[in-house]
Design a protein around this ligand. Structure first.
Ligand code: COA
Length: 297
């Protein structure tokens, strides 16, 4: 799909994306690159990074991959420093690395809970922590008039509750809190904008195949307001909006990109039935016999 943004909205910017070699992260890498940014991606698997980097380069995007695990502070530090060494500066950090699996709370070990907290919540903070000195206004390679920006990929699970995802709900709630708190502190002190995106079910991703086998996603479609899965492109366009100057006054928000899914619930009555029922109930409550025309009263 063609982008509605001009091809130079991120011209001259350098973006580092954790989890940027696959899934939603890779689509954001690609779209950022196609809109003028140089791309560094961080991930645990070398072959995934290599193939992502060659995919980006083949589209004319300056790209580099660094192997690292966001759970390790030394990896975070090394990758942020290597990015700045390679491209000369850092403007945008996207925290897209995440871990997930379905498990009932009673079958989840504390270590399983901690593992996802470590990747999603602590990992996000660690990357932000290591990137701060490069993102702040006046940081290496940037002027004293503007800071960089951060995007944290979250979810909507914790807005209500989610079956078999207590660990991810807790982790993403912490990510959203981190987004707001950093937006307050670093927005004020360093002119860094910190925002998030909460994707709904996005087709063709590891998340969907891991968390929503086909039978479940077909069922979910019946109650989804826009009646379809999202595309990775939808998330990448939201990311472009938030990371580019289009979003220059947006700070501390987590943009839900889910077609309204998190608001949805099964329809308990058909629309026609509700018309009749509600009129009948009203008349009954006013003591009017149901079914007697107005002219006869
Ligand atoms: N059900 C229950 N517990 C599970 C589990 C599952 N499907 N998968 C892992 N765990 C538990 C393990 O049993 C272990 O706990 P224990 O020591 O008490 O037994 C803990 O989680 C850590 O598992 P381990 O396999 O050692 O972690 P890892 O660091 O190798 O992998 C994961 C991290 C588990 C998050 C792995 O799924 C991953 O790497 N995911 C990244 C990709 C991804 O999830 N993408 C989807 C994004 S939505």
């Amino acid at each position: 799909m063609e982008s509605p943004f001009k091809a130079d909205v991120l011209k001259g910017k350098v973006a580092l994306l954790t989890g940027g070699g696959s899934g939603i992260g890779f689509e954001i890498s690609t779209q950022f690159g196609l809109h003028g940014a140089s791309i560094a991606i961080m991930g645990r698997r070398k072959q995934v990074l290599d193939s992502a980097v060659s995919g980006l380069c083949s589209q004319g995007i300056p790209a580099v991959g660094f192997v690292g695990d966001v759970r390790k502070q030394e990896d975070a530090k090394r990758v942020v420093e290597s990015t700045v060494k390679h491209f000369g500066r850092l403007d945008i950090l996207v925290n897209a690395a995440a871990g997930n699996f379905l498990v009932s709370s009673e079958d989840l070990s504390p270590n399983g809970f901690r593992t996802v907290m470590d990747i999603d919540s602590v990992g996000t903070f660690t990357m932000c922590h290591e990137a701060l000195k490069y993102l702040k206004k006046g940081g290496p390679g940037r002027s004293f008039s503007s800071g960089g920006s951060i995007l944290n990929i979250s979810a909507t699970l914790h807005y209500t509750a989610a079956w078999y995802q207590i660990h991810v709900s807790a982790a993403k709630a912490a990510v959203d809190a981190t987004t707001r708190n950093l937006a307050l502190e670093w927005g004020t002190d360093y002119d860094i904008r910190v925002n998030g995106i909460a994707p709904g079910p996005i087709g063709d991703t590891a998340g969907m195949s891991k968390l929503a086998p086909e039978e479940i996603s077909n069922k979910a479609r019946e109650i989804m307001p826009l009646y379809k899965l999202g595309e990775k492109w939808d998330i990448a366009m939201a990311a472009l909006y938030l990371a580019s100057d289009a979003g220059k006054y947006i700070n501390g928000t987590t943009l839900v990109v889910d077609g309204g899914l998190w608001l949805s619930r099964p329809r308990h009555l058909p629309k026609e039935a509700v018309k009749q029922l509600s009129r009948a109930v009203e008349k009954r409550s006013r003591g009017v016999p149901v079914g007697v025309p107005k002219s006869k009263l």
